[in-house]
Ligand binder design. Structure first.
Ligand code: URA
Length: 198
C-alpha cells in the first residue's frame, strides 16, 4: 500500500528531530518542521529561517512577521490552514536571527526538497530573497523579480514558482498606496490565489 503524505513527512520529521548536520542543531529549542495541511495544500511557501517565537513553538511564521503574513493571506482569500504548506530554508533558528549560512542551507536542503515533492504543489512561493536565492541563481533584486512566474526543478520534477516580499520587510513599509510594497504583496497573493483555484 502506498504511504500517505503524512506518513512520508513524519519519516522526514523523525530524521530532523535527531539532525546535527550543522551548528544550528546545537542551539535550537525545537526544529521548525512545517505548518499547514499536507493533504489539501496547493502551494508550498518557503520563508527564510525560524526566529525566536518559531524556535520556542516549533511552528513557522508565528511571530510579528507571521501575524502580518496571516493578515495578507486573509485579504487575498488564501487559507493558511488549508491552501498552504509552510517551511523555511533551514529548520533551526540561526543565533540572533542572522541569515542562514550557505552550508547550513545546504545541509538542510534534502529535507526541504523531499517535503516539496511529497506535497507536489501547484506553485512554490519564495517568501523573500533568501528563499528565492536558495533555488534560483539570480542577481535580480526582489523588487524586480517578485510577482514573476518562474519555472524551477525539484528532484527532477518541474514546478511553477513565484517570489513575494518577506513580511519582515513589509513591517517596515506602511504605505498601501498603489505600487508600494504592501499593494504589490496583495496583488502577488491574489495571483497565487488564482493559480491555487485553477
Ligand atoms: N521569518 C521566516 O522567514 N520564517 C519564519 O518561520 C518566521 C519568520
Amino acid at each position: 500500500m502506498e504511504k500517505t503524505k503524512i506518513s512520508q513527512l513524519n519519516e522526514i520529521r523523525e530524521e530532523c528531530l535527531n539532525c546535527q548536520k550543522c551548528e544550528l542543531g546545537k542551539t535550537r529549542t525545537n526544529i521548525v518542521f512545517s505548518d499547514g495541511n499536507p493533504e489539501t495544500a496547493k502551494a508550498v511557501l518557503i520563508g527564510e529561517a525560524p526566529g525566536e517565537n518559531e524556535d520556542l513553538t516549533g511552528t513557522p511564521f508565528v511571530g510579528r512577521a507571521g501575524k502580518l503574513l496571516n493578515e495578507f493571506l486573509e485579504k487575498a482569500g488564501i487559507s493558511r490552514e488549508k491552501d498552504l504548506y509552510i517551511i523555511n530554508t533551514v529548520k533551526c533558528r540561526p543565533p540572533k536571527n542572522r541569515v542562514p549560512e550557505k552550508d547550513e542551507k545546504k545541509q538542510c536542503e534534502s529535507y526541504l526538497l523531499k517535503q516539496i515533492n511529497i506535497i507536489n504543489p501547484k506553485i512554490i512561493i519564495f517568501c523573500g530573497a533568501t528563499a528565492l536565492k536558495s533555488f534560483v541563481d539570480t542577481k535580480t533584486p526582489i523588487s524586480k523579480i517578485r510577482g514573476e512566474l518562474l519555472d524551477i526543478e525539484v528532484l527532477g520534477r518541474k514546478y511553477n514558482a513565484i517570489t513575494v516580499f518577506h513580511p519582515s520587510f513589509l513591517l517596515r513599509k506602511h504605505s498601501t498606496e498603489p505600487g508600494e510594497p504592501r499593494d504589490l504583496m496583495l496583488k502577488d497573493l491574489k495571483k497565487i490565489k488564482e493559480i491555487i483555484n485553477s
